[in-house]
Design a protein around this ligand. Structure first.
Ligand code: AMP
Ligand code: MG
Length: 290
């Protein structure tokens, strides 16, 4: 799948011009101190990609760059990247992980999915399990859900009193600052799916026996409160989009848009890190093994 690098067609190269990519990222990024205004954003935006075929060839090229950058990150072994993926049910978090990391060496990756905390996890502070799952130096970590559930899910399900979850965005800002100060670059993505597209995907899960395992009746309770969830995400994103760990709202009704957008964000952060292969031991050049 990855062995035929797309030679930049006119269209591909123009979408990937640095100034254009910077503009796209800028439209996705939530400026610190501002609200993402999720309810006003178009979940079907195509970000100028055009169509699925164009997006596929752009993505193929991005995945090649990602594989190369990841290899250098691993060899350099001094810094890490953390991708935090959030989104309502059926926003496509799993699908993004599958399509963006095809071709990345599993040795340099770590994916953690966060569910309702276990009894052991609940016996600790809420960042304990998060901290333990962070990517070590040299690797890319993906959080499929994250500590943000400790604000939003806890709030919506009344799992802790308001004065407890209200203080968490403040902890999280500082926690993420400590991580970036320690060499972990953080990219936060909210996959923005519409209520109608969620209905379509839920229906698919019910109708397709191969997908049915993904659906739980509880999902309908969350769906019933769709607008409340969106409002809670609006608030927490506004409180935690920072210069050091910015949020990006990615339109998620179309799979090819969201995968290409997330790949773009990752390649961008890795290119800015610009990991370098370590210097080899001196005297190796020209050496012949007997
Ligand atoms: P899934 O991603 O479909 O496996 O669902 C995981 C579920 O765990 C979601 O309903 C989340 O809201 C829930 N969850 C994850 N983290 C927490 C948390 N810290 N507190 C409460 N619920 C959580
Ligand atoms: Mg689910």
């Amino acid at each position: 799948m990855l062995d035929t690098p797309a030679r930049a067609s006119g269209r591909t190269s123009s979408w990937q011009q640095p100034s254009r990519v910077a503009r796209v990222i800028d439209t996705l990024r939530v400026a610190p101190g501002t609200s993402p205004e999720l309810a006003l954003r178009a979940t079907t935006a195509d970000l100028g990609l055009g169509d699925e075929d164009a997006a596929r060839s752009i993505r193929r090229e991005l995945l090649h760059r990602l594989a190369d950058l990841q290899e250098r990150l691993y060899a350099e072994s001094t810094r890490a990247v953390l991708l935090i993926l959030q989104g309502l049910d059926a926003s496509g978090k799993d699908g993004v992980i599958r399509s963006v990391f095809t071709g990345v060496n599993p040795l340099g990756m770590r994916v953690a999915s966060f569910r309702v905390p276990t009894e052991t996890e609940r016996a600790h502070d809420y960042l304990w399990r998060i901290h333990a799952a962070l990517p070590p130096r040299g690797t890319i970590g993906v959080f499929n859900r994250s500590h943000y559930e400790d604000v939003v899910a806890v709030r919506l399900h009344s799992l802790a009193p308001e004065d407890v979850w209200r203080r968490r965005p403040g902890h999280i800002r500082e926690f993420e600052r400590m991580l970036t100060d320690s060499g972990t670059a953080i990219v936060k993505v909210f996959l923005d799916v519409s209520k109608e597209e969620q209905r379509v995907r839920f229906q698919e899960r019910i109708d397709d026996p191969a997908k049915r395992w993904k659906f739980r009746k509880d999902d309908l309770e969350v769906r019933r409160r769709f607008e409340e969830y969106v409002a809670a995400w609006d608030e927490v994103i506004a409180e935690t989009s920072t210069d050091w760990a910015p949020w990006h709202v990615v339109p998620a009704d179309r799979n090819w848009v969201k995968s290409t957008a997330v790949a773009t964000l990752l390649v961008d952060v890795l290119e800015r890190l610009d990991p370098k292969l370590p210097d080899p031991e001196p005297g190796l050049e020209g050496m012949v093994i007997a």
